[in-house]
Design a protein around this ligand. Structure first.
Ligand code: FAD
Ligand code: FES
Length: 387
């Protein structure tokens, strides 16, 4: 987990010079606004479904190039009709409660993708009369421009004409719709300014739904500390986390996933080398690797990646993904919010708390998977293996 399945790409449609839609021959069940996580040779990232489950015969994701971004550019450069693309099951909760509500939609650049899925769904199945405020660099960057203009009232914000969106400027535009439920999607800079604008206009946070395309740093303080939920430590072997750790039940709760170290098959940590505070582990291929200063009396992460095991000090307050990235390794991840599953890794020893989980289910815990972006340690050593 998360389980990737390979599906044929039926078509590649260029929406703008730097954004393409991939039509997948995949029998997916999804809600408007959900996303898939895609695995490519360049990395793992999430992409929202621009299609509507009520209208479109095949699911569609739309990918916009990000400057120097490995995955978006790999997809735009390499994927062709007839290729196979590895994706997970749809996930996410950026979905309106009712298609009959009059929604206020705010999108920045590629953030139009899930909003397009919502708009198409409202038009097919709902009575809602949404309005859209859509920010782009210039007219040529507008994705789905012609279709949108035929579907709903759109206020276009073009940076080339008005400068970057400002909170005051957006607030002026959205004030007439401030009684509505708001859906905001885009890169972090746009989301930040849109959130401020909604606040200025008096839209309560409880009515604001946000899908962030750029990962927030996971270094922020953990929400009130992870509450431990009994894990599978009671039984022998890598059993599942407790029933309360199922994805659906755990949208906002923390949990504990526990895998007995005895089962790990990972070579034990050797005594610190030469008493110099360095921990050394024999690599799976026999070579010694990953020698980093061990946190004195602290927690250690043993991370096996590409056949090598790295022993990393795990500073307090950091999550496993941060520890691995800080060490210069290149783990897969996307949302950093416990939503997409891109960072899933198999825990072979130790115990962790997951701060937040919307994707792993009981059977995933049974196989030992945890989310690196949400894992904080409960044992002094935690061992994980990338698959
Ligand atoms: C839930 C979810 C849904 C998403 N849906 C879509 C989608 O429908 N279409 C789409 O094109 N992208 C979408 N993204 C973003 C996508 O997952 C990748 O982050 C993006 O394609 C960049 O990946 P990369 O490997 O090319 O570049 P990275 O190396 O990941 O990013 C390079 C730099 O660009 C920043 N960045 C990342 N994404 C963006 C962005 N969209 N705009 C501006 N800067 C960015 C990063 O913070 C980083 O600084 C979604 C992300 C999430 C978490
Ligand atoms: S990166 Fe998305 S769940 Fe961890």
């Amino acid at each position: 987990m998360p389980g990737f399945s390979a599906w044929r790409v039926l078509d590649v449609i260029w929406e703008t010079a730097d954004a393409c839609s991939l039509v997948l021959d995949a029998p997916l069940t999804y809600a408007p606004g959900q996303y898939l996580t895609v695995r490519t040779p360049a990395g793992v990232r999430s992409y929202s479904l621009a299609s509507s489950p009520f209208v479109d015969a095949a699911p569609v994701v739309t990918v916009k190039r990000v400057r120097n971004g490995p995955v978006s550019n790999w997809i735009c450069d390499h994927v062709r009709p007839g290729d196979r693309l590895e994706v997970t099951a749809p996930a996410g909760d950026f979905t309106p409660a009712s298609l009959d509500d009059d929604l206020l939609l705010l999108a920045g650049g590629s953030g139009i993708t899930p909003i397009m899925g919502i708009i198409r769904s409202i038009r097919a199945r709902g009575q809602g009369r949404p309005v859209l405020i859509y920010a782009n660099r210039d007219a040529d960057s507008i994705i789905f421009g012609r279709e949108l203009d035929g579907l709903l009232p759109v206020v276009h914000w073009l940076d080339r004409e008005r400068g970057l969106p400002t909170a005051a400027g957006l607030a002026r535009l959205l004030r007439p719709y401030r009684d509505r439920e708001a859906f905001v999607c885009g890169p972090e800079a746009f989301v930040e300014v849109a959130e401020k604008a909604l606040g200025l206009a008096g839209v309560p946070a409880a009515r604001v739904h946000i899908e962030r395309f750029t990962p927030t740093s996971s270094g922020e303080p953990a929400p009130a500390g992870p509450a431990a939920v009994p894990g599978p430590a009671e039984g022998p072997g890598p059993g599942p986390a407790s029933a309360s750790a199922s994805a659906s039940a755990s949208a906002s709760s923390a949990m504990t996933a526990v895998v007995p170290a005895a089962d790990s098959g990972v070579a034990p940590v050797l005594p610190a080398a030469d008493g110099e505070g360095m921990a050394v582990l024999p690599a799976a291929d026999g070579g010694v690797t990953a020698v980093l200063p061990a946190a004195e009396g602290g927690v250690t992460a043993e991370v096996t990646m590409d056949g090598r095991t790295h022993v990393l000090p795990w500073p307090a307050g950091r999550r496993l993904l941060d520890v691995i990235i800080d060490a210069g390794l290149n783990p897969p991840y996307s949302c950093r919010q416990g939503q997409c599953g891109a960072c899933a890794v198999r825990m072979t020893g130790g115990e962790v708390d997951l701060i937040h989980n919307e994707i792993l289910e009981e059977e995933d815990f049974a196989e030992g998977y945890i989310l690196a972006c949400q894992a904080v340690p409960r044992s002094s050593t935690v061992s994980v293996t990338y698959f």
